[in-house]
Design a protein around this ligand. Structure first.
Ligand SMILES: NC(=O)c1ccc[n+]([C@@H]2O[C@H](COP(=O)([O-])OP(=O)(O)OC[C@H]3O[C@@H](n4cnc5c(N)ncnc54)[C@H](O)[C@@H]3O)[C@@H](O)[C@H]2O)c1
Length: 272
């Protein structure tokens, strides 16, 4: 259902790798709602080529940028304003990568070079993106920046590894930059904390298949699907949420406020 709530808005969407990506669904919904945007991803992800299909469907251009590179981000911001013909109204940061997770390193035996890469790509990239937008005065007043996060920032989920630390930093950057950008230009910055979702990044976490079932049983509404996450992002980009900023917004079917559910209790004991 489209209501043109992003009519006239210009955006940058990071992180659409394939049809499963949350960013892919956000791009489709933003297009339906009348937005124009630039798609971006790491140069290495361009090799898969699928992002070009999304660009064709949504009438967008693709500008590669390694989110860890200030130079790439500066170039992306400049090119986006040129391509879209003005300042930017919304940005989706949908980026996550941990070499420690990829290489199966246990949290207690983290490789610190990898650890730094996890922080740089998955968290500090949000700071770099905001800093680039800030110095180039690239965002309109009331622009909305959303980054995707996970509840492992607040609670231990052992196999989430160093991504938990990255998400804590991401959420802290959201508050800190949200303050400074709010004061300067009424820009808002939030994170959406999403349910486990079967994507390339999600399925890279050890034990994901079991974990997504557990999470389903622990959420009164069930796990939130990627399409619903996209709807929430659209709401956050729209003018209907103008005074929401510096928040971590749970989009998880109630998981974050649930101690236990009847279904999970019933898995223990004899049920007599
Ligand atoms: N899937 C889940 O269970 C889940 C749950 C909560 C939050 N999230 C978060 O959602 C976001 C999107 O992930 P997804 O689940 O759609 O998976 P995905 O694998 O489709 O997306 C991750 C994206 O990060 C991009 N990326 C990696 N390194 C990069 C770099 N150096 N520069 C630019 N881009 C880079 C990848 O190319 C990819 O497009 C991530 O922040 C992830 O942590 C995912």
């Amino acid at each position: 259902m489209a209501n043109n709530i992003l009519e006239g808005k210009r955006g940058i969407i990071f992180g659409a790798l394939n049809e499963q990506s949350i960013a892919w669904k956000v791009a489709l919904r933003a297009h339906e709602e009348g937005a124009k945007f630039v798609l971006s991803n790491a140069p290495i992800a361009m090799r898969m080529g699928e992002i070009n299909d999304l660009a064709a469907i949504t009438g967008s251009q693709v500008v590669p940028a390694d989110a860890a590179s200030v130079e790439d981000l500066d170039n992306l911001v400049e090119q986006s304003m040129e391509i879209l013909g003005g300042k930017i109204d919304f940005v989706l940061h949908s980026i996550g990568m941990s070499p420690n997770v990829r290489k199966g390193k246990h949290y207690t035996e983290s490789d610190y070079k990898f650890y730094q890469q996890t922080m740089d790509v998955s968290a500090i990239s949000l700071h770099k993106t905001l800093a680039s937008l800030y110095k180039k005065e690239a965002l309109n007043e009331w622009a909305s920046v959303v980054a995707l996060t996970y509840i492992a920032a607040q609670r231990i989920f052992p196999d989430y590894n160093d991504m938990a630390d990255a998400k804590s930093l991401l959420e802290s950057i959201t508050r800190s930059f949200g303050y400074h950008y709010g004061i300067k230009n009424k820009v808002r910055v939030n994170t959406i904390s999403q349910s486990p979702t079967p994507t390339t990044a999600g399925q890279g976490v050890k034990g994901f298949a079991e974990f997504i079932n557990f999470s389903e049983q622990m959420s009164p509404l069930g796990n939130a699907p990627a399409t619903a996450c996209a709807d929430y992002c659209i709401a956050m980009f729209s003018d209907l949420t103008k005074y929401v900023t510096m928040q971590n917004l749970f989009h998880d079917g109630g998981f974050s406020n649930t101690g236990v559910t009847r279904n999970v209790i019933d898995m223990f004991g004899d049920n007599k």
